[in-house]
Design a protein around this ligand. Structure first.
Ligand code: TPP
Ligand code: MG
Length: 368
């Protein structure tokens, strides 16, 4: 049982306008509108075993190296169309999805989706093959970077229309509730998408019907070239559910253990049938919006200072070293990951393109 809401002793009142690189505030007290309602318990940093920490580290490093390789293949012309990299945000998908049950809980996200797929245990080879438009890709080479699905994993994309995945995610949650299968839906969206109208229609229905959904705002500080402070009248995005009576929690999205801790409370709340919860993950993207963005709207110093102070992988590495994990073990892990990524790139380059008649399949679900 979560405790009745109390003004939280540790919570500082967040400034209404947050500089882009400021670290997240601790979880703030419930705002007056919902202060008399039950709330999820205040999340604690997850107490991970050394093995779990190594696994988080391995997954984050896999995402980083995979994305770096995707960036290279794009530069070589092997990946066409759009390609949005997840570098810098790895702790979010890894921390959150580690608290879900693959095959039972569903995940849906926007176009910055490779990291979420890797964090759900989907084979890097079929993701890379999709990026290069090959028949062996997870969407048979016809979806590309933004449109990847795995029904088997209950990973429902990969969506290019900003905010649409939030409404579709509410639909997934409705299915879980209707079928009584015990699953929950996790719908990721960005700080820019958080200003989209359909997000709020979905919030309303989700709370009204107590749907089992975790709304996740990945606040990476920018929507294309526009910083969250410039575009949002309320830039404390975890408050965006308040008028729908959806509790919100702000989380340090650069700390995988803090993310996992928040995920635990969110999953507990939602699985218990208490309705949706909103998580705001404060994170940062190191690369441009997509591969074609030179990112002239921010300084190199800004990016470098986040990397230096808050890199999620470096931080966990230091914690692992402090726990006695040897330099050699970490080097071996890095080597293994580089081999997995190289293998997926080779596979993606060598696989054939789809046959021409594939143009006419997977367009409609049935015959009409
Ligand atoms: C409905 C709609 N409007 C506009 C766009 C163009 N667009 C693509 S990405 C993007 C910015 C979204 O930023 P954010 O939600 O913060 O996600 P991030 O890219 O940071 O992950 C925009 C405006 C779109 N794809 N769909
Ligand atoms: Mg953003």
């Amino acid at each position: 049982m979560a405790k009745p809401a109390q003004p939280r002793a540790t919570a500082k009142k967040p400034a209404s306008r947050t500089p882009a690189t400021e670290k997240p505030q601790p979880v703030a007290a419930a705002a007056p509108a919902i202060s008399n309602r039950e709330r999820p318990a205040e999340p604690q940093r997850y107490q991970a075993s050394k093995e779990e920490m190594l696994e988080f580290y391995r997954q984050m490093l896999l995402i980083r190296r995979f994305e770096e390789k995707a960036g290279q293949l794009y530069g070589l012309g092997l990946i066409g169309g759009f390609c949005h990299l997840y570098i810098g945000q790895e702790a979010v998908a890894v921390g959150l999805q580690s608290a879900l049950e693959v095959g039972k809980d569903s995940v849906i996200t926007g176009y910055r989706d490779h990291g979420h797929m890797l964090a759900y245990g989907i084979d890097p080879k079929v993701i890379m093959a999709e990026l290069t438009g090959r028949a062996a890709g997870i969407s048979r080479g016809k979806g590309g970077s933004m449109h990847m699905f795995s029904v088997e994993h209950r990973f429902y994309g990969g969506h290019g229309i900003v905010g649409a995945q939030v409404s579709l995610g509410a639909g997934l949650a409705f299915k879980h509730k209707y079928a009584g299968d015990g699953g929950v839906a996790m719908a990721y969206f960005g700080d820019g998408a958080a200003n989209q109208g359909q997000v709020y229609e979905s919030f309303n229905m989700a709370e009204l019907w107590k749907l089992p959904i975790i709304f996740v705002i990945e606040n990476n500080q920018y929507a294309m070239g526009t910083s969250v402070n410039r575009a949002s009248s309320e830039d404390q995005l975890y408050r965006r559910g308040e008028s729908f009576r959806i509790p919100g929690i702000q989380v340090d999205g650069m700390d995988v253990l803090a993310v996992r801790g928040a995920a635990e409370e969110a999953v507990k709340w939602v699985r218990a049938g208490k309705g949706p919860v909103l998580l705001e993950l404060k994170t940062y993207r190191y690369r441009g919006h997509s591969m074609s963005d030179p990112a002239k709207y921010r300084s190199r110093d800004e990016v470098q200072s986040v990397r230096d102070k808050s890199d999620p992988i470096d931080h966990l590495k230091k914690e692992l070293e402090a726990l006695g994990v040897s330099e050699d073990d970490l080097k071996k892990l890095e080597k293994d990951i580089r081999a997995i990524v190289a293998e997926s790139a080779d596979f993606a380059e060598q696989s054939p393109e789809p046959e021409l008649d594939e143009l006419y399949t997977d367009v409609l679900v049935g015959q009409y």
